[in-house]
Ligand binder design. Structure first.
Ligand SMILES: [Mn+2]
Length: 327
């Protein structure tokens, strides 16, 4: 079987070559892939700044810094996982619903092939077609959302589809299992005192940044794992979850947030969860700082997601060996 892995950085240095994610081959062969990196270059759903259409490009460019072994998770990703950079899903600039249809159709093929997508956004509105595609194949999913906003407005300027209404629409469409879903990190100014109540009335658990600070990282991870249980899970990571000191290049930054280290620790805490798909959204390279720190954080979160998938596969391989030995 073909196994897809990054270019060897001892033959050609990391700064060389065409900018795919982590120097993975850019192919469309789903048959021999376990996971794909796929861009959703769309920002028509944004309510404030624009520019997330360049997010996938920015993340890919800086991802060449990443090396294949993850010491924090103790896993050499590509020994267990065949991964490709699948390119981008098609979008129609300026048209939300049409883009969502194309994004969902593109991602449905990935799920049908039994492959896990890691989607690079794009504004957060792309999570709706992601969830439509995943739920079509896997049924309703648990959601773990890291975000400073709940994105559960009913409408904005009377319009139902944008990056602030995603998870209300997803719940209404039956794409999620609300009692297994959790939103983490909400903070910042709101339009009204009841804004966050919307999430709870949809059945989600919601932990504000203040609540996470009080609980601490380990207990927050326990709360997430308990909530999700054994359900197939979609993980959505909005980079505005992190303090804008670390992620200035985003659409609606909120100060007083998490450090990059706390964010990575929380993501690593998802080990063992049955991940059907994930995304990293709201990267706006034109607002990024020198050194492309926002894009680098996003690329590193994608790397942690790949490591989680590789870790699960390594465990399954070990269990499989144990079973075949005992037979
Ligand atoms: Mn969001």
């Amino acid at each position: 079987m073909v196994r897809y892995e990054p270019a060897n950085s001892f033959e050609t240095p990391r700064f060389s070559g065409v900018r795919t994610f982590m120097r993975l081959p850019n192919v469309r062969d789903l048959e021999n892939a376990d996971a794909v990196i796929v861009g959703a270059p769309f920002d028509t759903g944004a309510s404030f700044r624009a520019g997330a259409r360049f997010g996938p490009e920015g993340i890919r460019s800086v991802s060449h810094l990443l090396r294949p072994y993850n010491p924090s998770q103790g896993v050499s990703i590509f020994e267990h996982l065949s991964v490709i950079d699948y390119g981008d899903v098609p979008v129609v600039p300026g048209f939300i619903e049409e883009s969502h249809e194309r994004i969902a159709a593109g991602l449905e093929e990935v799920h049908r092939a039994g492959v896990v997508p890691i989607v690079l956004g794009g504004d957060h509105s792309v999570a709706l077609p992601e969830l439509r595609a995943a739920a079509k194949v896997h049924g309703p999913l648990a959601l773990v959302q890291f975000d400073s906003h709940a994105d559960t407005w009913d409408a904005y300027f009377g319009k139902k589809y944008n990056h602030g209404t995603v998870f209300r629409r997803a719940a209404e469409e039956g794409l999620l299992i609300p009692e297994s879903s959790i939103q983490v990190g909400m903070r910042g100014s709101l339009y009204g005192s009841t804004d966050l109540e919307a999430s709870r009335s949809l059945g989600f658990e919601l932990l504000t940044t203040g609540e996470v600070k009080e609980l601490g990282v380990p207990e927050t991870m326990d709360r997430i794992r308990e909530r999700v249980g054994n359900s197939k899970t979609y993980v959505s990571f909005d980079v505005d979850f992190v303090d804008p000191a670390y992620t200035p290049g985003t659409g609606t930054p909120e100060v007083g947030g998490f450090t990059s280290l706390e964010a990575l620790e929380l993501v690593r805490g998802l080990s063992g969860i049955d991940i059907a798909g994930c995304d990293i959204v709201e990267v706006y390279p034109q607002y990024d700082g020198p050194g492309q720190i926002t894009a680098l954080l996003a690329a590193t979160v994608a790397f942690e997601f790949l490591s989680l998938l590789a870790g699960s596969k390594a465990t399954a391989e070990k269990d499989g060996e144990a079973v075949s030995r005992s037979e």
